[in-house]
Ligand binder design. Structure first.
Ligand SMILES: [Zn+2]
Length: 338
């Protein structure tokens, strides 16, 4: 069977046309994170003919992913396939013309340059601020555009960052939210909210990659799809004095923004967080549905097979049951905050 008219309906769209479609075939896009946003955006871009995709993710497919992560199926969860690998296989099944590179890795200050330097555009599909600030530092420093996207509960938010033109992430959020934050693992998530933000992100990516830069949105756009709210905040210009894009201090790239993680004991990892005051009573209630939890005034313990998390009032944590710092970081991001 011939697939020569695969993109015919997209080429017919006047904003793209044959010239836009050719540009798309040359595009190199990095997708950081392959959960709901990552599967949505990589599926749409691959179906649309973006030529080269790099998918970076550190996790494995689990049954609880299937509600919203649209590239995965039950067999992937049974096999516990790495998400990046499962996504690349699915894409190959519906568009073998797209080159997909699966990178099973945690994006860190050490590997960010080698992983992201070749891409024309970086798409944020992560679940934590630490990685977003790292992407922002790298992108601003190298003048590379990226698109922020996040969702939790019924809420979704996105912003295009074009270094040298628009505000950067640190212009809008100079610091990560303090204290414990709601995450998909504690507040839940609607598949429609996260696929909405993935669709908007994919559209903005199409504009950029086909050369329709004047069409790019220059606001922070958010929706609450349950309460019928949406908001837009202007982000067309950098904030004067921004530490990242104004003063060009790239603390996250230097590794300073990261809570230090060390191995401790035979089978544990310690997260040296110091600035995340934890309310044990509130945290206990939040963790209750996800495992066994107990606390006193000094320490909170949370058991979720095969891990045991010990949390201290300042946010420091010891995670027993692994020596893999990426697994520990991921558990912490899921259950404590990011
Ligand atoms: Zn800035």
């Amino acid at each position: 069977m011939s697939f020569h008219d695969r993109y015919s309906r997209q080429v017919l769209f006047s904003g793209i046309g044959p010239a836009g479609q050719s540009k798309l075939a040359e595009a190199r896009v990095a997708i950081v994170g392959c959960g709901a946003t990552g599967t949505c955006v990589s599926s749409l871009l691959a179906r649309g003919g973006a030529g080269h995709l790099l998918i970076i993710d550190r996790d494995y497919v689990e049954p609880s992913n299937l509600q919203r992560q649209t590239l995965f199926d039950e067999a992937d969860a049974v096999e516990s396939l790495p998400k990046a690998v499962a996504a690349a296989r699915k894409i190959a099944a519906f568009n073998s013309e797209v080159q997909v590179k699966a990178e099973v890795a945690d994006l860190t200050p050490e590997n960010v340059a080698s992983l992201l330097s070749d891409s024309h555009l970086i798409l944020d599909a992560t679940d934590n601020f630490e990685t977003r600030y790292l992407i922002n530092d790298f992108a601003v420093r190298n003048g590379k555009p990226w698109i922020y996207a996040a969702a939790v509960g019924a809420y979704a938010v996105t912003m295009n960052i074009i270094p040298g033109e628009t505000a950067c992430l640190a212009c809008v959020f100079p610091a990560a939210p303090q204290g414990t934050t709601e995450t998909c693992d504690t507040a839940g998530i609607l598949n429609s909210a996260v696929n909405l933000v993935g669709s908007i992100q994919a559209t903005e990516a199409l504009k950029f990659l086909t050369g329709a830069r004047e069409k790019l949105r220059r606001t922070l756009l958010s929706f609450d799809v349950w309460n019928n709210d949406h908001a837009e905040i202007g982000a067309a210009h950098p904030r004067p004095g921004c530490q990242t894009c104004g003063q060009r201090e790239f603390v996250h790239l230097a590794g300073q923004g990261r809570p230090q993680i060390t191995l401790c004991g035979r089978n544990s990892v310690q997260i040296h967080e110091r600035h995340r005051p934890v309310d044990f009573a509130e945290m206990s209630g939040r963790l209750q549905p996800h495992g066994t939890v107990k606390h006193n005034d000094f320490v909170l313990k949370f058991w979720r097979d095969p891990y045991e998390l010990t949390l201290f009032p300042d946010g420091r944590a010891i995670i027993k049951g692994t020596t893999d710092t990426a697994v520990a970081r991921s558990l912490y991001a899921r259950f404590v905050g990011n």
